[in-house]
Design a protein around this ligand. Sequence first.
Ligand code: NAD
Ligand code: DAU
Length: 336
Amino acid sequence: MRVMITGGLGFIGSHLVRWILQHEPEVDIINVDALTYAGNPANLRDLEEDPRYQWHRVSITDEAAIDQLLSSYPVDAIMHLAAESHVDRSIQSGMPFVQTNVMGTQVLLEAARRHRVGRFIQVSTDEVYGSLGPTGYFSEDSPLAPNSPYSASKAGADWLALAAFHTYGQEVMVTRCSNNYGPYQFPEKLIPLFVTNGLEGKPWPLYGDGLNIRDWLHVVDHVRALWMVLQSGQPGQVYNIGGHNEHTNRQIAQTLAELMQLPSSIIVPVPDRLGHDRRYAIDAQKIRRELGWEPEISWMQGLSGTVAWYHAHSDWWQPIKSGAYLEYYRTQYGDL
Ligand code: NAD
Ligand code: DAU
């Protein structure tokens, strides 16, 4: 079986590539990643020589290049993760989000139809459901109510994916996961930003009152769920994925300060994110009931392992934070 993974040099995509190569010996992977600022070949450096793996530096918005790839390498399935993924960046400028997340998804769906690709997973996010009050959960039937340019672009892509199922019978499934954490997450996101700032002796900017809530899941639990959906999910269906693991941002900062033996004075309140969603919480009963998925990595085990990983891998994150990695990749691979 051959699977195309988009965004395989990013945080979740690189874990997915690694997990499949380790657990599914009959599967070959074509990784389509444009290498934006968030992509990093170092995430999969040890797998570059693996004959079951190849990376093509192609944008999912480039219809001709995607067509050519699918002609040269017919695939049985596409697992689509490539995206502009950071909410704060979308607040600065929404256009790259529309181009990659909306238009890129439509390019892939149409190419999948032309090339008769069997299954297609649209990897989406709980943010498409909007923001919750203090109680309740997002189920697959919750109405879409995205609030940021990022989440609005993901919601648009989800509708396009489901339309491909309804209109053409393409075997499309949509997954909507809560916040991921773990190794190789780009240090613009909350947990890796705070951990690496802590290691550098820099403050932790906590937005607003710090009481916004997210539902956290270890990235390896997410990629296991994606593989189960690819194997056994029903076309046209949406699957929520979440760890039932809610924390305020302030609680996370305090837990990290304890784990890293740092004073709580490292936490510095800063102005709030514009349009900041208050609470996300996923009802994941459907994937548990229908596909037998359960999270396996506990919060404290996962979080302390993540802190230890960043502690041991300053060679990975320091060039990212200094900007040196962008210079290096420009010389290796051309302009980003
Ligand atoms: P990321 O930003 O770490 O990685 C995105 C990857 O996509 C990068 O390697 C980048 O180079 C690539 N990419 C961007 N634009 C591209 C384009 N036009 N063509 C080809 N490649 C392109 O993102 P992530 O956190 O790993 O998220 C992956 C997916 O999972 C996204 O679709 C995101 O919406 C979704 N998701 C993320 C989370 C989370 O907590 N991180 C939670 C739920 C869902
Ligand atoms: O819910 C899934 C989503 O989780 C994914 O779809 C997104 O791709 C991913 O980026 C993530 O979005 P969030 O906006 O929730 O993640 P982020 O790490 O940016 O922020 C988490 C919370 O921490 C949020 O309430 C904002 C807050 N925050 C974030 C940063 C970067 C701070 O207080 N300070 C910060 O410096």
